[in-house]
Design a protein around this ligand. Structure first.
Ligand code: NAI
Length: 465
């Protein structure tokens, strides 16, 4: 038996590592266990970070090929070096994951490599390369994240039937890629490989893409992606995928009719599942819900009050920043402060081109909840900065309470809106009205003026449209 900790965090992803750092900052003797071999979880290793790297690099390539000439920039012989592109991505990942090790040292968090298994509410055993070490602790936080789910009877082999993990590391551009699922992963990875030259078809079960998103934005998003050459098969359920060794054969059903499509690769992007395997939850008495998520109360406590769970293993959007907020809330509660997460103000971003970003309620949710609202919209076509940059697709949409004018939701599709949404999250945290935003001076010429104009449009007084 070695050290005794105040807190052991199992999982070194954005939820876990942030929780560990905050707990240590607050004086708790903290360890973080991670089995992957590098910190940062799915997000840094095989998720947000490598995908954003490829989205950026593939967009640069695409712009150089398609847009530069018309903009008076004549470069000849533009060639894709996929090997170099992947190395660039890997380097970004490595720098960032190593950065967390540095932050652990700086904040005195003990980094324990291996697979953590909970033996009791005060004991975690770590298995690493045949070695077994037992640790005592006053508290445990489970932050073990999620893994890609598949469809019944379909096995992801990471050869031709791939998940996002393999889609981030292909060694050549497939001629054709079928993406199953028109959600975050499907559309981001579909965009990357489309820009690099693949024929991309998205098969989506529902009649629309990005379920849960404001429908008007989702429809605009689909139109823009179709213009970029991505094909969509909506209302279509994938029944089977066969890997022939060189290709995949996908059969799917649309309105009772069965169809077949062949492609070089099939990317299965139909959601993710909480990862709790091997933690020993059943034995120690921690319950999960019907979707395999660990049940927690408002303080993130499981059935055992000194064992907490955060991030993708519990209910809520599977987003890195949501997990981070929960990690901080738990650490602060453990240190006697009042940790809290405002679930009404969690922004979401899809990092395609243009980006899509939102925070708060959608129009569909407001209608469902019988909340009366006003809408203000402003197109980027009328925004001077977007115009000079030749990036005029999309619009800002602000939903405000009909009586109080309080902002209830903001939905944007357009250039750089993944960064712009932070302003709206802040406004909502402060309980801003559309009028507050409309009266805030926004620098000219910036994309953010479209936000101000949309806020003015809530009161039907935009200046430039
Ligand atoms: P998702 O839940 O976003 O989308 C899955 C899609 O698959 C849905 O549209 C669903 O209707 C469809 N689908 C389900 N079964 C199907 C079938 N049999 N045939 C055809 N379509 C089917 O899940 P996704 O894209 O796999 O992402 C997983 C998680 O990762 C999400 O919760 C997301 O929040 C997170 N993520 C976030 C990113 C970001 O913040 N930019 C980027 C990538 C992932």
């Amino acid at each position: 038996m070695s050290d005794k900790f105040d807190l052991i965090v199992i999982g070194g992803g954005p939820g876990g590592y942030v929780c560990a750092i905050r707990a240590s900052q607050l004086g708790l003797k903290t360890a973080c266990i991670e089995s992957r071999g590098s910190l940062g979880g799915t997000c840094l290793n095989v998720g947000c970070i490598p995908s954003k790297s490829l989205l950026n690099l593939s967009e640069n390539y695409h712009k150089a090929k398609k847009n530069f000439f018309d903009q008076g920039i004549e470069v000849s012989n533009i060639k894709l070096n996929i090997d170099k592109m992947m190395k660039n991505k890997n380097k970004s990942v490595q720098v960032l994951t190593k950065g967390i090790e540095f932050l652990f040292k700086k904040n005195k968090v003990t980094y324990i490599k291996g697979k953590g298994v909970i033996f009791s509410s005060q004991n975690v055993v770590v298995y690493d390369e045949g070695k077994k070490t037992s640790y005592n602790t006053k508290n445990i936080v489970i932050a073990t994240g999620s893994f890609p789910s598949s469809l019944p009877g379909i096995e992801i082999n990471e050869k031709n039937i791939i998940s996002s993990t393999a889609a981030l590391s292909l060694s050549s551009v497939p001629k054709s890629l079928v993406v199953i699922g028109g959600g975050y992963i499907g559309l981001e990875m579909g965009s990357v490989w489309k820009r690099l030259g693949a024929e991309v078809t998205v098969i989506e079960n529902l009649p629309f893409i990005t379920p849960g998103m404001d429908r008007e934005i989702s429809e605009e998003f689909k139109k823009i992606l179709i213009k970029q050459g991505i094909k969509f098969q909506l209302n279509s359920k994938v029944l089977s995928i066969k890997d022939t060794g060189t290709q995949v054969q996908i059969s799917y059903q649309t309105n009772e009719k069965k169809f077949k499509i062949s492609a070089d690769k099939a990317l299965v992007a139909v959601g993710r599942k909480p990862y709790t395997e091997g933690l020993n939850l059943g034995k120690v008495g921690i319950k999960k819900d019907e979707k395999g998520r660990i049940k927690v109360n408002k303080k993130f406590q499981t059935d055992l009050q000194n064992i907490y769970a955060i991030g993708d293993v519990i209910d809520g959007p599977m987003l890195a920043h949501k997990a981070e907020e929960e990690g901080i809330a738990v650490a602060e509660s453990l240190a006697g402060q009042s940790g809290h997460v405002n679930y009404d103000v969690i922004p979401g971003v899809i990092y395609t081109s243009p980006e899509v970003a939102y925070v708060g309620k959608t129009e569909e949710q407001l209608k469902r909840d019988s909340i009366e609202y006003k809408v203000g919209k402003f197109p980027f076509l009328a925004n001077s900065r977007a115009k000079v940059n030749n990036e005029t697709e999309g619009f800002v949409k602000i939903l405000a309470d009909k009586k109080s004018d309080r902002v209830l939701g903001v939905h944007i599709i357009g250039p750089h809106c993944g960064d712009m949404i932070a302003e709206m999250a802040l406004a909502m945290e402060f309980g801003a009205s559309a009028e507050d935003i409309a009266r805030t001076c926004h620098a000219h010429p910036t994309h953010t003026e479209a936000i101000k104009e949309a806020a003015l449009a809530v009161d039907k007084r935009p200046i430039h449209f």
